[in-house]
Design a protein around this ligand. Structure first.
Ligand code: DC
Length: 225
């Protein structure tokens, strides 16, 4: 069967990662969470300054020291920064609050986009992020763009945060979601926007299974034609 590239973009906490994982498992494709890559660079920048605010110039100068790779087990994907498993550390609120600023730096985007393109060279990949269908793989055979109301997304993110032991209030989470929406869609370089050929799915009132069915139907059709 023909192998394709599946690009899933959209707002934070719309279920992109869950859906991308489910699709990659069912097709036997590689899954890449590009948000985790931006988070890992953010974490590296914070560690460079002993956990304090990031020195952007210093971070940009040391990009070549950053090696990011993924390891997959049956149930989950883990991300490594120079051989350290940072999968949990990149989900904390300190990274959450700084990552949009880091993701708006051209040198950092160029650095990560080049690696993402390399990962998709052999096709058979599901990649989720903000600019996958517009910039990373403008020729991806299947593109999706997921949206949902900020309240619904914040509720989801809040639940996820509690599960990893982060006790932020719902109000703080919704503020963070809105601030990131704004920064992600108004930044000058590769802002979050729907690719012309992407299928938009409003997921507010749909279960993950319902969204998955919509997506996999279109993907199977594309693979077969
Ligand atoms: O999907 P996420 O919440 O883990 O993404 C973290 C941040 O990285 C978010 O602010 C948007 C940014 N991002 C991006 O600019 N481009 C991508 N391809 C993926 C994420």
């Amino acid at each position: 069967m023909k192998k394709i590239i599946i690009a899933i973009d959209g707002f934070a906490a719309t279920g992109k990662s869950t859906l991308a994982k489910k699709i990659s498992t069912s097709l036997g494709y590689v899954y890449i969470d590009t948000g985790a890559m931006y988070r890992t660079v953010t974490y590296f920048g914070q560690q460079q300054n002993s956990g304090n605010s990031i020195d952007l110039e210093q971070l940009v100068d040391s990009l070549s020291q950053i090696k990011i790779y993924f390891k997959n087990s049956d149930h989950e994907q883990q991300i490594f920064l120079n051989d350290e498993n940072v999968s949990l550390k990149i989900r904390d609120s300190k990274v959450n609050n700084a990552v949009s600023d880091i993701a708006s730096v051209k040198e950092i985007r160029d650095f990560l986009v080049a690696q993402q393109r390399q990962m998709g060279k052999g096709k058979g990949i599901v990649m989720d992020g903000r600019d996958i269908g517009t910039v990373v793989f403008p020729k991806a055979e299947c593109k999706f763009f997921l949206t949902a109301s900020p309240e619904i997304r914040a509720r989801r993110r809040h639940k996820e945060q509690l599960e990893v032991g982060n006790l932020e209030s719902f109000e703080a989470v919704i503020e963070n979601v809105k601030a990131r929406d704004y920064k992600d869609s108004t930044r000058l370089i590769n802002p979050l926007r729907k690719a012309e050929s992407a299928t938009e799915i409003e997921v507010s009132n749909l279960s993950i299974e319902e969204v998955y069915q919509k997506m996999i139907t279109q993907i199977n059709y594309t693979i077969r034609v």
